[in-house]
Design a protein around this ligand. Sequence first.
Ligand SMILES: Cc1cc2nc3c(=O)[nH]c(=O)nc-3n(C[C@H](O)[C@H](O)[C@H](O)COP(=O)(O)OP(=O)(O)OC[C@H]3O[C@@H](n4cnc5c(N)ncnc54)[C@H](O)[C@@H]3O)c2cc1C
Length: 355
Amino acid sequence: MANHEDVYDVTIIGGGPAGLYSAFYSGMRDMKTKIVEYQAQLGGKILLYPEKIIWDIGGLPPTPGQQVLTNLNEQARTFEPTICLNEQIQELIRREDGIFILKGTSGETHYSKSIVLAVGHGIFKTAKLEIEGADRYEVTNLHYTVQQLDKFKDQHVIISGGGNSAVDWANALEPIAASVAVVHRRDEFGGHESNVKQMRASSVDVLTPYCVEELHGDEAGTAIERVTLKDLETEECVEHQVDAVIVNHGYKMDLDFLLESPLEFKTNEGILAVNEKMETSVPGVFAAGDLVNNDGKLRLIAGAYVDGAKAINQAKLFIQPDATEQAYVSSHNERFKEKNKELLKNEKLVHAGTH
Ligand SMILES: Cc1cc2nc3c(=O)[nH]c(=O)nc-3n(C[C@H](O)[C@H](O)[C@H](O)COP(=O)(O)OP(=O)(O)OC[C@H]3O[C@@H](n4cnc5c(N)ncnc54)[C@H](O)[C@@H]3O)c2cc1C
């Protein structure tokens, strides 16, 4: 295990969209960069929805999550950052000489002049259905994410939850499944307005204020066959025949290494507080993506990109105060000169091959 003191200009914690775009942009700023990611793969939350079509990234036609992941990965590797996978950062401290020391579960120590926190909602833990014994159905037809839409073809599906994901999945499954019912404790949904509107206008059966009260297994006791739904106003219960139950009760945040850090990060409504430059309350530590809270925060992949570039610009200025405020645009940036030559050469070859 290499524990020698190899100091990076910037260490990015988290390899989701914010971390990956930050890694690319820090290459544009000529910084020695490391990404540390807890999971075995890069991609963050997009790994949860590889088949979902993403429409709201500027300049990109509707694209499946998996393709966005592939593109992000490729772009992040442009300037060959060091990538550490399967590494959960558990401790972040600052040494007297200003170098940040990060300790991970692998036992490795990471050294860095600046930090970009891009940990989203922290180590990802989906909130489980609080019904005793529900976990036994997780191997069959109780789902906490949707990996493959086709799996629900012609099925009777119940979705429990009222957030963005629940609404999203209801809309995505409505044309495929035999029926979709959404069960939510409140009348209001937290999803994006247009998605909620689409769901309410479709054949999706919206049951509010309801909750899933009981799960009934089949004869073998391995799969859910029926669910009892409770009307929270009247307390009346109804039974529904189902083929699959999807639970989207949100995600629990595990940000202990930040919230318990001796560096004393400031929070805003329980999330990391940053200013408009993506500076945290700790000099030299910047943040980007779903993790942060500031005025007008855009909780989208596109928002994570902007946060990432801003955070990296500040990290650059932190370690080199006389640097330019931001990177030269890619069309003028010297760092692409050789790469462009290579691309143009290949393009000529492609064109030559088509004549
Ligand atoms: C179902 C669903 C559908 C969505 N659809 C869209 C959409 O259509 N369009 C859109 O723009 N956005 C969409 N989003 C939102 C989008 O995915 C997020 O805004 C985006 O992923 C945020 O990126 P991030 O990098 O900040 O965080 P994340 O994607 O959460 O990545 C954070 C990464 O940090 C890692 N990490 C956490 N703690 C540590 C630690 N201690 N050490 C090391 N690594 C750590 C995690 O493992 C994770 O990989 C959707 C989200 C969901 C859940």
